[in-house]
Design a protein around this ligand. Structure first.
Ligand code: FE2
Length: 368
């Protein structure tokens, strides 16, 4: 039974929503992108359209159909790369990200995410010196300053970059579905971004353990925003892309396994990541064991990973409900500035449709 906010009232015996009222059935690809040249990044994850111009898609007579088809392809492949988007301005970047979510069954009251601490005076501005509440700016010069501070600390263990893996905005009740990042400038090398398929990680777990994971939720707490707002004496931004994303608690519980609303395939979601703080209702050692196992699957299965070597004005758009991503913090080793601008759409409250299956089962690909 749909509720007024576009979400389902159906909840499993484990307290996990079982459907998405705004997108009750998976969406099928219509073929509107067939004339575009592309290549797959790996057999499992990622696709690049080397010649597509996002501005041309936005202005096409069948723009809605094309954008919906892009939503399907991004959700099937996890992440899509575009190159040389020199003419894509911030307004069009926001528009494409918003429409990919809107045309693919996002709850209709939702929009682009607003970062909770947008008012923080330490936030970076856009390259032209302005700010936009829907755009998150990343910049390697800021990273270099952080590294300069860290150098003074004596390391107690070898570097561990596995903590970089995350899914955007999981600290929100309604997290991000699509994130769209454009790299405005980049050094000749360094700063690669990696994406890992949550579908494939799900498929590599034994069926009995998968069934158990489907009963679990995880707390995704991010207390730093509240502290930052208190120290800076400014108000938290709200609502943040959904009427459900309000307040300053930032500690929702999300299912460890979720169904992607567009493909209908199951993916590991809140079992691992920067914002995941605890698997609920298990002992501490079990929590640690489950999260370490998820992370081990990611770091020992690099055939589940797509890697972007950035070029100037390249873009990546991904579906956070079925991939995690990780930055490579090595730009302090090279000359040149890496500046990226990211918009994120806010999707539905994560759910598991009991009728959904893994990607391999849905496509008839044998499990390995
Ligand atoms: Fe991210």
């Amino acid at each position: 039974m749909p509720s007024a906010n576009g979400h389902s009232n159906g909840v499993s015996s484990h307290g996990i929503p079982t459907s998405c009222a705004s997108c009750p059935e998976p969406i099928k690809y219509s073929g509107s992108l067939d004339s575009y040249e592309y290549f797959e990044i790996t057999p499992i994850i990622g696709r690049e359209y080397p010649k597509v111009r996002v501005t041309e898609v936005l202005n096409a007579p069948n723009a809605e159909q094309q954008i919906r088809d892009f939503a399907v392809i991004i959700s099937e492949r996890g992440v899509v790369f575009f190159r040389d988007q020199d003419d894509l301005n911030i307004a069009d970047q926001k528009k494409f990200c918003d429409l990919v979510g809107k045309y693919s069954g996002r709850p209709e009251e939702n929009g682009l995410h607003v970062h909770p601490i947008y008012r923080d005076p330490g936030n970076l501005t856009l390259p032209d010196g302005t700010t936009d509440e829907n755009i998150y700016v990343i910049n390697s010069e800021a990273q270099k300053k952080i590294y300069a501070t860290m150098k003074r600390r004596a390391p107690t263990e070898p570097k561990d970059l596995s903590r970089e893996w995350h899914s955007d905005s999981t600290f929100e009740t309604a997290p991000s579905d699509f994130s769209f990042l454009k790299m405005e400038s980049t050094p000749p090398h360094g700063g690669d971004t990696l994406w890992c398929s949550g579908y494939e990680i799900y498929d590599r777990i034994s069926p009995s353990f998968r069934s158990y994971l489907e009963t679990l939720t995880a707390t995704c707490a991010q207390p730093v925003f509240k502290t930052a707002a208190e120290v800076g004496n400014y108000a938290m931004m709200e609502p943040r892309g959904s009427p459900l994303n309000v307040g300053d608690e930032f500690a929702p519980s999300h299912p460890v396994v979720r169904t992607n609303r567009i493909t209908g395939w199951k993916s590991i979601f809140a079992g691992v990541g920067l914002h995941v703080t605890k698997i609920n209702d298990v002992y501490n050692f079990e929590d640690q064991m489950i999260r370490e196992y998820m992370l081990r699957l990611i770091t020992r299965n690099h055939d589940c990973i797509a890697r972007m070597k950035w070029t100037r004005n390249a873009c990546a758009i991904w579906n956070n409900s079925c991939v995690w991503h990780a930055a490579t913090p090595d730009t302090h080793l090279v000359d040149g500035v890496r500046t990226g601008v990211r918009a994120s759409s806010i999707g539905e409250v994560p759910y598991i449709d009991p009728k959904s299956t893994g990607r391999r089962e849905a496509l008839g690909i044998p499990l390995i």
